[in-house]
Design a protein around this ligand. Structure first.
Ligand code: ZN
Length: 146
């Protein structure tokens, strides 16, 4: 178990495209544990951030961990395979990005993501509104675009 330091926007490691996870093994489990511990601590201090991506704590891999009061899950190698035409204005909370600015962004209202979980099971799942916005933001972190 370890709480990692959250990298701030502008850090070099956040500008790189992260690597695909080839095999879900014990090293991946460790990254997920660190993501969970770091996000849990952050959520105690500040409300509204429900997900964290591996590069935000310095691991250059395509892993996102999501946690809200009702649900927690891991997305490994998430890929947006479909986006709605409908675009929504939103303000995002992110433990990396909001240190500099809390800015308005446009997001797709609905998305469909293909991903695998921490056991290597594959899913295709539809996400709507806040959850969809959050995951679009975190996937941009995986691509080094924020
Ligand atoms: Zn961010």
């Amino acid at each position: 178990m370890a709480v990692r330091q959250v990298l701030k926007q502008g850090h070099m490691l956040l500008k790189e495209k992260c690597n695909e996870v080839d095999r879900v093994d014990s090293s991946v489990a460790l990254v997920i544990e660190d993501l969970r511990d770091t996000l849990t601590l952050f959520q105690k201090e500040r409300k509204g951030d429900y997900a964290i991506s591996a590069p935000q704590i310095g691991y250059p891999f395509r892993i996102i961990y999501y946690q809200d009061p009702l649900r927690s899950f891991t997305l490994i190698n998430p890929e947006i395979i479909w986006k709605s035409q409908e675009i929504v204005d939103t303000v995002e909370v992110c433990c990396t990005c909001n240190s500099i600015t809390k800015k308005k962004v446009k997001r797709h209202k609905l998305i469909r993501i293909q991903y695998s979980d921490e056991h290597g099971n594959e899913f295709i799942e539809k996400f709507i509104n806040e959850l969809a916005f959050t995951l679009q933001h975190k996937i941009e972190h995986l691509d080094g675009r924020i």
